[in-house]
Design a protein around this ligand. Structure first.
Ligand code: ADP
Ligand SMILES: O=P(O)(O)O[C@H]1O[C@H](CO)[C@@H](O[C@H]2O[C@H](CO)[C@@H](O)[C@H](O)[C@H]2O)[C@H](O)[C@H]1O
Length: 461
């Protein structure tokens, strides 16, 4: 079947977007202001037609717009196996009834991307208006079957067997995506600390997705950390260093991995400085915006401003390409050590902000926050405990956090931090916690007390 000629009723996208995990505009009023076709995959010969669409949203609160990539798989009859991914149906003048499903849930549709990558082995290949690129020396299995990853994700990833992973970006910004450009640099440097990049797909100058090495033996760093905390909480007699699942060795190895990644990015991409005054200004601006969304931050505003003032006095700060949104869920423990994934930066930032050189301490701070999250996330599941037992649990959780932060930091820095480095990492940690209060308010309101408690500790003696 050809792609419908009449265009699609934009109204069908609103309800679908708000149902997905990856939609970042939850809780905000918006209208679908435009739907653009970027490309069409599939020759109709037994394949569904896949319409790669860019859906433009306009938010009611501030009039800003965002673009989301929503590839649709079209069928002339309902496909009940895809009911969970149903987007809409309409009558097309030439085709008749069109049943549209989110194509990334449809194996018959996702194989079209893999085949297009297969055709790009000897150089960039055009397919239906999209351009597919491959990196030299990276072989792929074009026959592997695709399975959509489930879980908490900002984008949509499809594993092709145990060979490769296709990540299609959902929120799209014109221009190069740092997940691709950073992975490209690390892959060409043969870094052992990331999944190697196999290729990417673009429309004009806009990156739409990337194909990378599937890490077969990977376990999520967040899950491993939660297991360690659970082991600790299971036996009230044990200190973190004695508990079966002590995480400190892994925390140290994570610090080594992050340092190695930073070294490659420092050597191969722009090295510069940013004025600490400018960075503090950004943190203050982010706090201004956060206060409008999370009024519970108000009592902590003076302590946060004082910390950012201290940062502003540091002069020039070394800056380079960084990860930008590092947390345990962005780390995978494989048989060959830790790997860091997802170099896209914070989903809430504009692309222009995300590709700016930044202090490596931002990434360090992200991991420090994540250790804190792990202990509190497990604590939340212990609502059977009375106040005394809960206080005891919290004390032991805080010991776990302190121990793993210390091992991580020591491995990363290779020694004690200077006074200026301490100020930097404390300010970045506070800035991250402020960001998290907004993220949680919008996405997981019952978790907001985790970053709020961290913000409260900043002003505490
Ligand atoms: N190369 C890979 N091999 C295996 N699993 C991966 C790979 N890359 C990412 N993952 C898994 O997919 C999840 C989502 O990946 P991520 O890049 O963080 O996507 P998103 O941008 O949607 O958050 C990760 O938490 C990890 O568990
Ligand atoms: O992985 P993403 O790029 O989508 O990152 C966003 O979502 C994360 C949650 O999945 C969020 O991370 C926060 O929660 C984590 C536990 O779920 C915790 O480990 C992190 O420290 C905490 O920041 C991340 O902030 C957000 O950008």
């Amino acid at each position: 079947m050809n792609a419908p000629t009449q265009g699609i009723d934009p109204a069908v996208f609103g309800p679908y977007l708000t149902r997905t995990r990856w939609f970042g505009g939850k809780g905000r009023d918006f209208t679908v202001s435009d739907v653009r076709r970027l490309g069409v995959l599939g020759d109709g010969d037994g394949d569904p037609t896949v319409d790669v669409l860019l859906v433009e949203l306009t938010y009611a609160d501030d009039g800003t717009t965002e673009l989301y990539q929503v590839p649709l798989a079209y069928y002339t009859e309902p496909e009940h196996r895809l009911d969970h991914a149903f987007v809409g149906w309409w009558e097309d003048a030439e085709i008749g009834w069109v049943h549209a499903y989110d194509a990334l849930h449809d194996r018959a549709a996702t194989r079209l991307w893999l085949q297009a990558f297969g055709a790009a082995a000897d150089g960039p290949a055009e397919a239906g208006g999209l351009t597919f690129h491959r990196l030299p020396g990276q072989e792929i299995d074009t026959e592997a079957s695709g399975t959509l990853f489930t879980g908490e994700q900002s984008n949509s990833s499809i594993a092709f067997g145990e060979d490769s992973v296709l990540k299609l970006f959902r929120k799209v910004t014109p221009g190069p995506n740092p997940d691709i450009t950073t992975h490209e640099v690390l892959t060409l440097a043969d870094s052992p600390d990331v999944a190697h990049l196999y290729g990417w797909v673009e429309h004009g100058d806009t990156h739409l997705g990337m194909l990378q090495q599937f890490l077969r033996t990977a376990t999520d760093g967040w899950d491993l950390a939660l297991t360690s905390v659970r082991n600790l909480y299971a036996d009230p007699e044990l200190a973190p260093r004695e508990a079966g699942g002590d995480f400190s060795g892994e925390a140290g190895r994570l610090g080594d991995t992050l340092r190695e990644v930073h070294v490659v990015l420092h050597e191969r991409l722009e090295q510069t400085t940013v004025s600490a005054d400018f960075v503090a200004g950004q943190m203050n601006a982010r706090l201004d915006a956060a206060l409008r969304v999370v009024p519970l931050l108000e009592p902590h505003e003076p302590a946060l401003r004082a910390l950012f003032d201290r940062l502003a006095g540091l002069g020039d700060v070394a800056a380079q390409r960084v990860h930008g949104d590092l947390h345990l869920g962005q780390t995978l423990r494989t048989a060959l050590g830790w790997k860091i994934v997802d170099f896209e930066g914070e989903p809430a930032k504009t692309l222009a902000e995300r590709i700016l050189p930044d202090s490596p301490w931002r990434d360090v701070a992200g991991m420090l926050r994540s250790f804190d999250y792990a202990a509190h996330a497990v604590e939340r599941s212990h609502d059977e405990l009375d106040e005394v037992a809960l206080a005891e649990l919290r004390t032991r959780g805080a010991e776990w956090v302190e121990r793993n932060q210390r091992y991580f930091l020591a491995a990363y820095a290779g020694g004690d931090l200077t006074e200026d480095q301490r100020t930097l990492v404390t300010a970045y940690t506070a800035d991250k916690a402020v960001y998290e209060t907004v993220y949680e308010t919008r996405n997981r309101p019952t978790w907001v007390d985790i970053p709020l408690a961290a913000v409260a500790r900043i002003g505490a003696p």
